[in-house]
Design a protein around this ligand. Structure first.
Ligand code: AHR
Length: 653
């Protein structure tokens, strides 16, 4: 790739062919006619606690089942000596279980417990870890002691520290440990080192170096990967977990705010949804809850888009309509949605505004969007959505409401949903498509004929799924080609988010995924770089780009779009060559005076191996490469290697 114009022209002259020889395509950009505005919400993120995305992932807690609330109260723990699970006089009413450590009964014996973490406890050499525990002395003694150890995967303790418990009341004790080693599979061990009993609850270990150094914080490398995408919107908390397998296990945002120790545990449906990827220890602690989601959106500069349950459990898992809340009993669900808006935007004197303020954010989060229902369908959804829309419009007329067209990219459910969305006047419709390469390539013109007067589109979950399930270059290239259609239709497509976002290499249930990680490091997929090339080059206005007067949506296996960035005064052209052959392209910028376009840059994503992917071991297998590109008389003339996505950026003088 990267044969620049000068080279190409010389070659053309030598061969005695004109620049317009049959191998070369001409694309025309109407450079002096900026069209539809590109929304600031374009190219965002969709977060769900799937694949250990939250607990065991983004949420930096290293201890699994820290509050002993898993249904098997000691899951994730090994105990030795005398350890008893109790619930009398608990520290936290919503998380009542705790452990009592008592003397082992012989001076040579020991009492204690150890935690296995999430596929191990990942520790880095010289990094500090913040250990904390709520403890009390049930016998009313003056002082008892225990010892904390980080133990490496060879069972050698590598750091130890003694902690004294000094009160018969529940109190938080904290220390900082520095790890002398790196190990992805360490354990946390606790030894009772004195004779009397100690009660313990909420045993926690966090890296000190979290995103922005926060306690109860997020994994820094993972947030950095998110921030580097410059996401326009941040949709949370899911996904199917919004719905729950039954309504009891739906995502209830009110359980996710307030002191972290008292946020009740919820099941995570991804622990059992795919029995071939079964993870019986997958629960939601809600340590990463709605406050943290709003804060994260703010810090990475994206519009928050919370999704609320619309009174329906997962429709895939429940054919019986009785699984859902009857339409005339939706009040508390609707109230939850209204309260959520108050939590985000309400004055500190309001009930929920005060909760937000007490958590550390008196200023409103300035919420503008809310989604009602995840991936619902049919009449049963519409009759529930309707009262939500009425109530939200009445209380908060400026909030934009996102409905959904269901799980399919086309077909009965989809065809029924869109007219209903128009009737109900949803502001945006969330479309989902997990489809193979062919589908993505065939859908580049998908939005060209959408109704411009109806609701706007939120491509809320999409990913190209090759048969082998890999995040390979082939899938990424097809996404890049498809996304030229999102860009070209910026007047109707207002938001787009790839899905799912995160996956732990040892704990995934669903793939492909945008960012993979283990306990120590992370890797951005090739698909991530496609998203990034779009989000970092999104421009402010669409420009018409045509080949033979038609949008470029697959002719000769080429896909293309163009934008103008009024802030940078730059023209940006994206071209995907999905063919097996190199293709010459001349891009003519119409309406720009001679000499007004500077030389610019070309950033390419290319691999000769369609199955190539970025892995933790080889993170840079396919990454964007930048080079300079030369302009002559407002014409960009390039050769695009087979299977290449290229982004050209040219500044206007
Ligand atoms: O992204 C994985 C799942 O796909 C989401 O939870 C759901 O909305 C869709 O079916």
């Amino acid at each position: 790739m990267k044969i620049h114009r000068t080279l190409f022209s010389a070659f053309a002259l030598f061969m005695g062919i004109s620049i317009n020889a049959q191998t070369e395509h001409e694309m025309v950009v109407k450079a002096n006619k900026p069209g539809a505005e590109i929304q600031s919400t374009m190219y965002g993120l969709f977060f769900e606690d799937i694949n250990y995305g939250a607990d065991g992932g983004l949420y930096a807690e290293l201890v699994k089942n820290r509050s002993f609330e898993f249904p098997q109260n000691l899951m994730g723990w090994k105990t030795f000596g005398h350890v008893e699970v109790r619930t009398d006089n608990p520290a936290f009413d919503k998380n009542p279980h705790y452990v009592r450590l008592s003397d082992a009964g012989h001076k040579e014996k020991h009492t204690g417990l150890e935690n296995e973490g999430f596929f191990g406890v990942g520790i880095h050499k010289d990094a500090q870890y913040h250990f904390s525990v709520w403890a009390r002395l049930p016998q009313g003694s003056e002082k008892q002691e225990f010892r904390i150890e980080l133990v490496n995967s060879n069972n050698d303790p590598v750091v130890k520290q003694v902690v004294a418990v000094t009160s018969s009341e529940w109190k938080k004790y904290q220390i900082v440990l520095t790890s002398p080693i790196t190990d992805d599979k360490a354990i946390l061990r606790i030894f009772l080192t004195s004779k009397g009993d100690i009660d313990m609850d909420h045993i926690s270990l966090f890296p000190v170096d979290t995103w922005k150094g926060r306690e109860n914080g997020l994994r820094k490398d993972l947030v950095k990967a998110l921030a580097d995408l410059k996401p326009g919107v941040f949709r949370f908390p899911g996904g199917c977990i919004v719905e729950g397998t039954d309504l009891n296990t739906r995502y209830n945002w009110k359980n996710t705010v307030g002191p972290v120790e008292n946020r009740p545990l919820n099941e995570n449906r991804w622990h059992y949804t795919f029995p071939n990827r079964f993870n019986p220890d997958y629960y939601q602690t809600y340590g990463l809850g709605f406050y943290e989601f709003f804060l994260l959106s703010e810090e990475i500069g994206s519009e928050p888009l919370p999704i609320v349950n619309c009174g329906m459990a997962c429709q895939f898992q429940n054919k019986d309509l009785k699984a859902h809340v009857p339409v005339d009993k939706l009040d508390s669900y609707i109230q939850d949605a209204l309260d959520l808006i108050e939590f985000a935007n309400g004055d500190v004197t309001t009930k929920w505004g005060e909760v937000r303020s007490e958590m550390g954010h008196p200023a409103p989060f300035n919420l503008k969007l809310i989604g009602v229902g995840n991936e619902q369908w049919g009449k049963e959804y519409m009759e529930r959505l309707e009262p939500f829309i009425k109530a939200i419009r009445k209380a908060y007329p400026k909030i934009r409401i996102v409905g959904t067209s269901g799980p399919d990219s086309e077909g009965d459910k989809f065809d029924y949903a869109w007219p209903e969305m128009k009737r109900l006047k949803a502001d945006l419709v969330d479309e989902h498509f997990y489809r193979p390469q062919k589908w993505f390539l065939s859908q580049a013109a998908r939005y060209d004929n959408y109704d411009r007067k109806g609701p706007k589109v939120f491509a809320g979950e999409y990913a190209c799924h090759p048969k082998n399930g890999k995040n390979n270059f082939d899938a990424a290239l097809c996404e890049a080609a498809f996304m030229t259609g999102l860009e070209r239709n910026a007047d109707v497509v207002h938001m787009a988010t790839y899905a799912p976002l995160f996956a732990h290499v040892k704990g995934w249930q669903w793939r492909p995924d945008l960012i993979w990680f283990d306990n120590l490091s992370s890797v951005c997929s090739v698909n991530y770089y496609v998203q990034q090339l779009y989000s970092q080059n999104k421009g402010t206005n669409v420009l018409s780009l045509t080949m033979d007067k038609k949008p470029v949506t697959g002719q000769d296996e080429l896909y293309a779009s163009a934008v103008w960035d009024k802030n940078e005064k730059a023209y940006i052209v994206k071209i995907a060559n999905t063919a097996d052959k190199e293709q010459g392209v001349r891009v003519v910028f119409e309406g720009v005076k001679k000499g007004q376009l500077s030389d610019g840059t070309i950033t390419t994503l290319h691999s000769s191996d369609l199955d190539a992917e970025n892995t933790l071991a080889k993170p840079n297998t396919v990454i964007p490469e930048k080079a300079e590109v030369v302009m002559t008389d407002n014409v960009l003339s390039v050769k695009l290697s087979a299977k290449t996505f290229a982004v050209y950026k040219l500044l206007k003088k």
